[in-house]
Design a binder for this molecule. Structure first.
Ligand code: E8X
Length: 600
């Protein structure tokens, strides 16, 4: 799916800004009631989650539908153009009404969807746009929410006399099987964009390298048959290659490769023309593959220095905020990092464009988090998620396939792969094949494994890269770093035999900024540094450990719980991006570790 762009052939109307908004009171659900909206509407900003833009508890506790409304006009000079309404993300389930009529429905809160407006609206006439948004999570959504009676992480049955009573008594609310706050709403931008009637639908670019030359195998999908031309420009705006035809191979002599910073993330631009349409697509020439226990970028062994992040900030919630993305990119470089994982959902497209430009490597993750319900329920046989999971992977690859910064797909975070190992292995290995089959660049595929009995887990070892989240010294063997390192090494001995690249995709300690101790104990800044220094020194002894991603880049907002004092505090930075001692520790460590060849 192409990202909207303005050029001499295409126009854009932004619908970001103030919208009318109200929460449902449980009586309208997915139906739009103009009278209900008129009586209850208030101002809300788009893009942003609705939860923290207001100050009453009901905005954070809400369970169900909410309504957005805005009127706009398409200028008459667009009357000859094709008109498309695009939502970059609405979380989690949206039904869009245009002039009172249902026009589209979309499930999945982190990927774009579009509505053909041509024929639905008339240029020069006001358009009433209304969006019903459902924030509920369950055993059939991604991310997963607990349902009545599942006494698992986040369940609310504890304390109520019985599950039956809980079903009767409990006020319906979300029970996320994940700890990040379930922010909801129109979280990313809304635009009307135009194209000529005959237009470029999609562009796919697959780079390769041979000697000093680069090649791109390209294909251009168009709305109807016709001549396609492709002109490739260097970063210095010189023509370096040209081609005719909707698909083909283009050779770029003495190509400049895309490399992670501080090397050069060189980008080319393909200008595609078809009839009266034009689209410019940036791309990078780089290769990615796994070789034994090494992760190779441009045939060089890469070491992942970075983190799991969140799209999370005060007031905006999970809402798109370009200033935060620019700030985070600056901090990633300040820290000496070279990568991050889009935990635990696809991020805004603008962040991938920034990563392409800045030379930051991305592990691109789906919203499949929380797949599990304890040792009594096999989620792979009871959760209704497989077809939606495939839809999400299909849409994720369709959106992000051309980004040179994306080097691996993560199908999920911390699914249960311990309690029903055969069922899990079958689910994940089949979905692994499915994911590989969809990626034109055939990048490595993985999922991120939860702390578990790694000898019972039959799925993680089947992935291209072993990505594990381990909290030895925090959630278990709490505060005892000698025991933690002992247990960690027992596990690393196990993975040594599997001999695949291993990234520690999460490890961390909740840390209160300003809490200092001479004898480092949990929650102090000194403990966080000691925790990482001890564990990193164990990683340094293992050549198959090809990455370290502390959890988390920054503190973030979560569900309420006895383990969450003002959210998750495992950040190297505070939520407003101020460094803890561990940020200075990693800045020193990572600036002494090269991107390539750290482990031979
Ligand atoms: C945590 C993290 C959470 O924030 C992240 O989204 C997923 C969790 C650790 C699970 N991984 O809670 O800080 C560790 C379970 C150990 C039993």
């Amino acid at each position: 799916m192409l990202y909207p762009q303005t050029n001499e052939k295409r126009g854009l109307i932004s619908l970001d800004g103030l919208w009318a908004f109200c929460l449902d009171d449980g009586t309208n659900n997915e139906k739009i009631s103009n009278d209900f909206i008129a009586r209850n509407k208030e101002n809300i900003s788009v893009p942003a989650s609705y939860n923290d833009q207001k100050d009453e508890l009901k905005y954070r506790e809400h369970y169900g539908w909410a309504y957005y409304e805005k009127t706009f006009i398409v200028p008459e000079f667009f009357s000859s153009q094709r008109l498309v309404l695009r939502f970059d993300a609405v979380t989690h389930h949206a039904i869009v009404y245009i002039n009172g009529k249902p026009a589209a429905e979309h499930r999945g809160g982190f990927l774009p969807f579009e509505i053909e407006l041509t024929g639905l609206v008339k240029a020069g006439c006001p358009v009433l746009l209304q969006v019903a948004v459902d924030n509920r999570v369950s055993h059939s959504t991604l991310p997963v929410g607990n349902e009545d009676g599942t006494a698992f992480f986040g369940s609310d049955n504890a304390g109520v006399p019985s599950v039956e009573a809980a079903k009767v008594w409990r006020k319906k609310r979300n029970l996320p099987n994940f700890d990040f706050f379930n922010y909801a709403g129109i979280n990313r931008s809304v635009r009307v964009y135009t194209t000529p009637a005959d237009y470029i639908q999609d562009i796919t670019i697959v780079p390769s390298v041979k000697g000093s030359d680069g090649y791109i195998d390209y294909s251009v999908k168009t709305s109807c048959p016709g001549d396609v031309s492709v002109t490739v420009y260097s970063r210095e705006h010189e023509v370096v290659a040209e081609a005719l035809g909707a698909e083909g191979r283009i050779r770029i002599e003495n190509a400049r490769l895309w490399n992670p910073w501080p090397e050069d993330p060189y980008l080319y631009t393909a200008e595609v023309r078809f009839r009266d349409d034009k689209y410019t697509q940036r791309f990078g020439i780089r290769t990615v593959r796994v070789d034994g226990h090494r992760f190779l970028i441009n045939e060089k062994p890469f070491f992942f220095k970075g983190f799991g992040k969140h799209e999370d900030s005060a007031v905006h919630g999970r809402g798109f905020d370009l200033a935060y993305d620019v700030k985070d990119m600056s901090l990633i470089k300040w820290l000496g990092a070279n990568s991050f994982r889009t935990s635990h959902y696809p991020y805004a497209e603008e962040m991938y464009d920034l990563a392409d430009e800045e030379g930051i490597v991305i592990i691109d993750e789906t919203p499949a988090v929380g797949i599990g319900a304890g040792d009594k329920t096999d989620p792979y046989r009871t959760f209704d998620i497989r077809s939606h999971h495939e839809d999400v992977i299909r849409d994720l690859i369709a959106r992000d396939k051309n980004h040179p910064s994306v080097v691996m797909w993560s199908m999920a975070n911390e699914p249960d792969t311990e309690h029903f190992p055969e069922s899990a292995r079958d689910y994940w290995t089949s979905l692994y094949e499915f994911t590989h089959s969809l990626d034109p660049q055939d990048r490595p595929v993985t999922f991120v494994c939860c702390q578990n009995n790694y000898e019972r887990d039959l799925a993680t070892r089947e992935m291209d890269v072993v990505c594990i989240n381990r909290y030895y010294g925090w959630y278990n063997l709490s505060g005892d770093m000698d025991a933690a390192c002992y247990a960690l090494n027992l596990e690393l001995d196990f993975w040594q035999k599997i001999d695949k690249p291993l990234i520690m995709t999460e490890y961390g300690a909740d840390t209160l900024p300003g809490f200092h101790l001479t004898a480092p104990e949990m929650f102090s800044e000194e403990f966080q540094v000691m925790y990482y220094d001890r564990i990193n020194s164990e990683f340094d002894k293992r050549d198959f450990v090809c990455g370290e991603h502390p959890w988390n880049f920054a503190d973030f907002n979560t569900i309420q719980g006895v383990y969450r004092a003002d959210g998750n505090r495992k950040g190297l930075l505070t939520r407003d991006r101020r460094p803890k001692m561990s940020a200075h520790y990693f800045r020193k460590r990572w600036n002494s570790i090269p991107n390539f060849g750290y482990k031979g």
